[in-house]
Write a protein that binds this ligand. Structure first.
Ligand SMILES: [Fe+2]
Length: 303
């Protein structure tokens, strides 16, 4: 299976984008680098977890670090697009390894408030202090000589953001590859109409913008893919092409989502990812424990 691909820079102001696919969680992690200065950012890194044994590992995050070292890159940022519901973020692990700051969208505090209730964590500071920086719509910052612009892209989660880096947009769980469609919008805080609007904002970017998605589910057994263009998505995305209206889309999305079981790691992942990718503190015996609320996600479909 193809688990790595490099999408090269096309000239000044455009990044090299290395994509690393994790087949366990169908997630794509990125190292985005400025060829001129060798500065880079890591986006949506995965901290490995095996729910059957409870084991954690850093194989995927270490693979990113190996690439960074081999390419002579320097990590300036560790970025998440949203609090993921299907894998642990490796942001903290990579922060410890590289010293680079972590960041996510500022609305993550609203997600923290939702999950603080669900996990019954009365003392949990739902204030975003678990990251070094929280980004708002329109924020801009550099990676080397590349300009990064933050777009607020809610819908899949209420905190989702897109990182626009030169000609590359990291659209996470909004649009998937054209043959798979778009992301679900039924997690706590999700909204199909908001997702539609966020997708319209992405499709309004220049036609040849490279879009890098956060997951690929390999329909019909094809190889993993994670890169497309705005033009391809507008013309061929199975949920968007052919004159689909916002109401058509939201109705399709809500109907489809009502039949989808929850991701198997949603209750595991959110308690790590609302902590910025920190594992729970060890108890007196030195072991860490996850807390699984029962009957917390009302109306969720059974597998
Ligand atoms: Fe997600």
């Amino acid at each position: 299976m193809k688990t790595f691909a490099l999408s090269p820079s096309s000239g000044a102001g455009t990044p090299d984008v290395a994509g690393f696919f994790d087949p366990r969680t169908f997630s794509v992690q990125y190292v985005v680098s400025d060829p001129a200065t060798r500065q880079c950012a890591i986006i949506d890194p995965v901290h490995d977890f095996d729910e059957k044994s409870g084991a954690t590992a850093t194989h995927h995050a270490d693979e990113l670090l190996t690439y960074v070292k081999e390419q002579g890159l320097e990590v300036q940022w560790i970025l998440d697009t949203h609090p993921h519901a299907d894998h642990f973020s490796a942001a903290q692990y990579l922060r410890e390894k590289t010293g680079a700051p972590t960041a996510i969208g500022e609305k993550v505090v609203e997600v923290q408030k939702l999950w603080k209730e669900i996990y019954h964590w009365p003392d949990f500071p739902a204030d975003g202090s678990q990251w070094d920086r929280l980004f708002a719509e329109g924020d801009a910052f550099p990676i080397g000589e590349l300009e990064v612009r933050v777009m607020f892209s809610p819908g899949h989660t209420l905190a989702s953001i897109t990182y626009m880096i030169g000609d590359a947009a990291f659209v996470h769980d909004t649009i998937f590859q054209p043959d798979f469609g778009t992301a679900r919008a039924d997690f706590p805080g999700g909204d199909a109409h908001q997702l539609w609007q966020s997708i319209q904002d992405i499709l309004a970017l220049p036609d040849e913008t490279r879009l890098f998605t956060g997951h690929d589910y390999m329909p019909d057994g094809r190889e993993p893919q994670w890169e497309s263009t705005v033009r391809e998505q507008r013309e061929t995305n199975k949920h968007l092409a052919g004159g689909v209206t916002e109401d058509d889309y939201a109705a399709m999305r809500d109907e489809r989502d009502s039949e989808l079981p929850m991701p198997k790691l949603i209750l595991h992942s959110l308690q790590v990812n609302t902590l910025g990718g920190r594992l729970p503190e060890p108890e007196a015996n030195g072991k860490r424990y996850l807390k699984i609320p029962l009957d917390a996600l009302e109306g969720a479909a059974w597998e």
